[in-house]
Design a protein around this ligand. Sequence first.
Ligand SMILES: [Zn+2]
Length: 284
Amino acid sequence: MSSVEPQNSTTVPEQPTRRKRGVPEGLWLRCDGCGATVFRKRVDQGQRLCPECGHHFYATISQRIEQLLDAGSFEEWCAELASVDPLGFVDKKPYRERVAAEQRKTGLREACVVGRGYLRGRPLVIGLTDSAFIMGSMGSVVGEKLTRAIEAATETKLPLVIVSGSGGGARMHEGIFSLMQMGKVSAALARFHEAGGLYISVLTNPTMGGVAASFASLGDIIIAEPKALIGFAGPRVVKATVKQPLPDDFQTSEFLLEHGFIDRIVARPQLRSEIARIIDYCGH
Ligand SMILES: [Zn+2]
């Protein structure tokens, strides 16, 4: 976090400092889509969409639950699960401290929330990951919560929806314990699939790394929000590896739809009715 304060001196060379000109911080947002400065409250009231261009801003897990599920119907499972520090990992700070700081910052206990709820009157099991919590990376708790949710969906024969928002895949702070979650969650999904379950995967910006390489890509139906970044390694790494210029829209929802990786792009305001329609269509 920057500790640089805006300075009055004219001798200071231009540098990106935070603007604080009497406007209460956070009241306005700058849209990455159209560059407009938009009133945060309007964005919040409009499902976190830019009122000018429809750009999809980041939405928290609780905002997503509110947008998708019937009011008051969500029942959270395994809320008590929290990360341990199996490796005693330290980078810039100890992993335990990092987790505590992320918990304070996001109000979440971990990068994933699972539970059961109703979507337009249809019961379902839902899991969501939040890219704001250590990039939404899949540590042991994320993997365990998702696995338990998938197993519960298998037992109860309810449709499963997982909304992915993960800039990171594996959580390096947990090493091999994190990597093993990919296999664990995928195996649970395979059993769910064999039992005839319906799994709808919703990809949001960003869905990358081990999350994209496991549960996010295993949906019976894969939906993406418009212009989401979706891929395994980042474009810079891919470019350096293949030594070829990449298409402009590489790793976007639109590119992946065209290449058959996802089934449909659905704007956030239509997500709820679209999921309801798929559940009905699949007879679940
Ligand atoms: Zn915009």
